[in-house]
Design a protein around this ligand. Structure first.
Ligand code: THU
Length: 127
């Protein structure tokens, strides 16, 4: 298994998901090959929960990284878990049409593109 997929699976171990018990990991590869990980972090108010994908993007951006290649997302589901709508918008705005690789702990994978997940996206070009 590639280091990116392994990192996404390992990132699930840090998930803070006491309410849903649904643990998600993310691993974002930047343009230099460095990997930035994230996990979902839930909150008792529920609405303040943040997804693994956004944690990974914001961690990387907060360290000055602005160019990305690929994102791996892990969850323990047979039908592989895709990013939620809010994360799709964030990914389009900050990562562009990168490759998204879904993975589960049994090594099942599926590769998608952000453009297909968020057709006709709203972005800064409309402002
Ligand atoms: N979640 C993610 O972290 N990423 C996704 O792509 C789907 C959903 C989280 C949010 C929440 O903590 C839990 O999974 C259940 O929705």
């Amino acid at each position: 298994m590639s280091p990116l997929l392994s990192a996404a699976l390992a990132a699930r171990d840090h998930a803070h998901a006491p309410y849903s018990r649904f643990r998600v990991g993310a691993a974002l590869e930047d343009s230099t090959g460095q990997i930035h990980t994230g996990c979902n972090i839930e909150n008792s108010t529920y609405g303040l929960t943040i997804c693994a994908e956004r944690v990974a993007v914001f961690k990387a951006m907060s360290e000055g990284v602005r160019a990305f290649r690929r994102l791996a997302i892990s969850a323990d589901t047979e039908t592989l878990t895709p990013p939620c709508g809010a994360c799709r918008q964030i990914l389009w705005e900050f990562c562009g049409d990168i490759e998204i690789i879904l993975v589960n702990p049994r090594g099942k994978t599926e590769t998608l593109r952000v453009k297909d997940l968020l057709p006709r996206a709203f972005d800064a070009s409309y402002l």
